[in-house]
Write a protein that binds this ligand. Structure first.
Ligand code: CP
Length: 359
């Protein structure tokens, strides 16, 4: 999906502000309100990462560094977004994304309201559009939402007067997850560069919004990206390279041996039973036997391979329990970094809102 309905995201690749395009990227002083900072951020929403330039990704990474410094303080809180009302509206279950957005918003001194769709008027048949209009009428400036329908946050962004942050929509996108994955890699890989690094996404890519967002960020940063899994769970990905990824390194394969050989990073994905239609997999047991990430299979990768998983995990299916807690695993760091990355995104987007439009 393109960012057509992101009102600030057109012609993304060609119009980066000069300070971003030239590589002079400075983190904002995040103790201060964002509208007092000179920051070359121009997006009103975070709907996906497909429209972010490499320079803009660098800005998110630098801002996340600054947020990590805040989180290292005895009191990990700044007044930067005091007076900002954030509503978190989730139509699907979540632990990591929902909680870390809430913690992130509170660390920036926002006021936060949580709405579970199951206990709201959505259960009486209220539409998404009416729900979003109601949330705005109740004073929300920023809306974090998760929805089972791909594209739902784009619709919300059309009717909501503030910023919409996509916390995961259907199979389509999970932008804050891709940004925290990128940040985790940049702070784990010696030297911090993904250029030429072999990154393997292994598992149920077909149903994975995490894979779809990560494809954009990882290839934008120069990674040699491999998508691996049973052919039934790779449908549609071959066409991606031809459609929109000229110049990016991207391989799709069912050959686990070829994918894992000399890999720098392996990210296992959950088998999404709730989205799976019949006939795609013979059984979870057979999947685990053929594609589960085990210590034995990991021996084909580089000895210092970085092991990732966005969570929640099905241990013993897509990843063995001992692999998940291996010293090379950064799964817990991914969760921790989620707070700093989401603080960075709330801060950058609030700057746009408080200035009344584009940077
Ligand atoms: N990775 C992720 O989105 O986890 P949650 O479903 O717990 O938010």
């Amino acid at each position: 999906m393109t960012a057509e309905t992101d009102r600030t995201a057109s012609a993304e690749g060609s119009a980066a502000p000069a300070s971003v395009a030239s590589g002079e990227i400075k983190a904002p002083a995040v103790d201060a309100p964002p509208e007092t900072q000179e920051v070359a951020w121009r997006h009103e929403h975070l709907l996906d990462v497909d429209g972010l330039t490499r320079g803009e990704l660098e800005l998110v990474m630098r801002t996340t560094d600054a947020m990590r410094e805040v989180l290292s303080r005895p009191i990990p809180k700044v007044p930067a977004l005091r007076g900002t009302n954030v509503t978190i509206l989730f139509y699907e279950a979540s632990t990591r994304t929902r909680v870390s957005f809430e913690v992130a918003a509170k660390n920036l001194s926002c006021d936060v309201v949580n709405i579970a769709a199951s206990s709201s008027s959505v259960s009486k048949g209220e539409s998404l559009v009416d729900t979003v209009r109601t949330i705005e009428a109740l004073g929300a400036h920023m809306l974090v939402m998760r929805h089972p329908a791909s594209g739902a946050p784009y619709l919300a962004a059309e009717v909501f007067g503030g910023s919409v942050l996509n916390g995961g929509d259907g199979w389509h996108g999970h932008p804050s997850q891709a940004l925290l994955d990128l940040y985790t890699l940049r702070t784990t890989i010696p030297g911090g560069s993904l250029d030429g690094k072999k990154v393997v996404i292994l598992g149920d890519s077909l149903h994975s919004r995490v894979a779809r967002s990560n494809i954009w960020t990882l290839t934008a940063m120069g990674a040699d990206l491999w998508i691996c899994g049973p052919s039934t769970l790779l449908r549609g990905f071959e066409g991606w390279a031809a459609r929109g990824a000229a110049g990016r390194r991207f391989t799709v394969t069912s050959d686990m041996g070829a994918a894992l050989k000399d890999a720098d990073v392996v990210m296992a994905l959950r088998i999404q039973k709730e989205r799976m239609s019949s006939g795609l997999l013979p059984s979870l047991r057979e999947y685990a036997a053929r594609y589960g990430l085990t210590q034995e299979r990991l021996r084909a990768a580089k000895p210092d391979v970085i092991i990732m998983h966005p969570g929640p995990m099905n241990e013993g299916v897509e990843i063995a329990a001992d692999v998940a807690v291996d010293p090379r695993s950064v799964i817990t760091a991914q969760v921790t970094n989620g707070v700093a990355v989401r603080m960075a995104m709330l801060y950058l987007l609030a700057g746009i809102r408080r200035r009344g439009g584009k940077a």
